[in-house]
Design a protein around this ligand. Structure first.
Ligand code: NCD
Ligand code: ZN
Length: 356
């Protein structure tokens, strides 16, 4: 039995750090556990210019405790809003911007600025293809071409079938990352078409852990894309077990204040930063593929963005622990992570720990 594992320090290919007090509360957690992270731009207001991205990056760096400040690098992104121009894309390439994020209008938290259909953004996509700036896809159809709402359990499948092939054919050199793959259809598509440096996918820890039965009644597990029936989870597990170079970890850690998570309609977004590295390790251990963990967590992600993996390492040991507290912001707001002992499935225990 393996009970200790040392890895290059992980790379989070998808994280939400927010702004203000929430940012100050959650950023130190990500900065401690990851060497770098691709930071999502769906703040309110959204990040849509290089200048805003630079200012946002400063706010993030200012929130990191001194010891970690030189060791963590936030990698910034722009939101594909209708204001984003080819000229801004031109400027972004080589200016510390690592990707452009597409949100389907209306599908998730702060997606009201997105296009209904990504294919509408022709000039911007052409320019991104030209300068080699990756497109990060929230690959779901929320409202279809007849303006009808798609079953939210089928939004990703509709995107994979109806939009992604056309996108890839229209922009053959565009670098594309399918974020938070959550369905059997997404897994099949990626297995068949994935290619290092061209078409990759990120996988969250919550889509590896839970199924629809766990998630549907629990506000803490309310997230887009929705957590689906167990057969999908099992396909995602089988995918990571293959150790493909175009599949990597992207936690999609997305903190919300308690008041929004426990509202009548809970906000979409799972806060996983405090437990993600440990839980990815746990799942890989369960699947008997710890030998595939380092590439998934620490190597494949940076390679897609043209970066070298971290030269630092972390060590995890097999030792049980529980999350007993929420994170609390400096304004006194509670933020509940998944796998919390009382707020999760009930007495959830994590079997791996990062060695201090
Ligand atoms: C994210 C958030 O809260 O910003 N929520 C989510 O459910 N994943 C937005 C997103 O990535 O969809
Ligand atoms: Zn996200």
């Amino acid at each position: 039995m393996i009970d200790t594992i040392t890895l290059k320090k992980p790379f989070d290919a998808h994280v939400h750090l927010r702004r203000g007090a929430m940012l100050r509360a959650v950023t130190p957690i990500t900065a401690e556990k990851f060497s770098r992270a691709i930071v999502m731009p769906n703040t309110d207001p959204p990040i849509e210019t290089v200048e805003q991205a630079a200012e946002y990056k400063k706010e993030i760096l200012a929130a990191i405790p001194r010891g970690d400040a030189s060791r963590f690098e936030p990698l910034m992104t722009l939101y594909l809003t209708k204001n984003l121009t080819p000229a801004e894309i031109e400027k972004a390439a080589g200016s510390g911007v690592y990707g452009v994020k597409y949100y389907p209008w209306g599908a998730t938290t702060n997606s009201q600025w997105g296009y209904q259909n990504i294919l509408e953004a022709k000039d911007v996509l052409k320019k991104m293809e030209g300068v080699g700036l990756p497109l990060l896809l929230h690959g779901e159809v929320h409202v279809d071409e007849r303006n009808e709402e798609v079953d939210p359990y089928r939004g990703e499948q509709t995107f994979i079938k109806g939009i992604l092939p056309e996108l890839l054919t229209s922009y053959p050199k565009l670098k594309v990352s399918l974020e938070h793959a959550s369905s059997a259809e997404a897994v099949d598509f990626i297995e068949k078409n994935g290619k290092e440096g061209r078409l990759v996918a990120t996988i969250t820890v919550h889509h590896l852990l839970y199924d629809r039965g766990d998630a549907e009644p629990r506000p803490l597990l309310r997230v887009k894309p929705l957590i689906k029936e167990r057969s999908n989870r099992d396909k995602i597990r089988a995918l990571v077990k293959k150790g493909l170079p175009f599949v990597s970890a992207g936690s999609d850690s997305a903190p919300h204040p308690e008041s929004k998570k426990f509202a009548t309609t809970a906000a979409f977004g799972i806060f996983s930063a405090p437990v993600a590295v440990e839980l990815y390790t746990q799942v890989f251990d369960e699947l008997g593929c710890l030998d595939k963990l380092e590439n998934f967590l620490s190597v494949n992600g940076p390679r897609f963005f043209g970066l070298e993996p971290s030269s630092e390492t972390i060590t995890l040991v097999k030792k049980d622990w529980q999350v007993t507290e929420p994170v609390v912001t400096d304004e006194g707001v509670k933020v509940w992570p998944i796998y919390h002992k009382d707020m999760g499935l009930g007495n959830e225990t994590i079997h791996w720990q990062i060695k201090k």
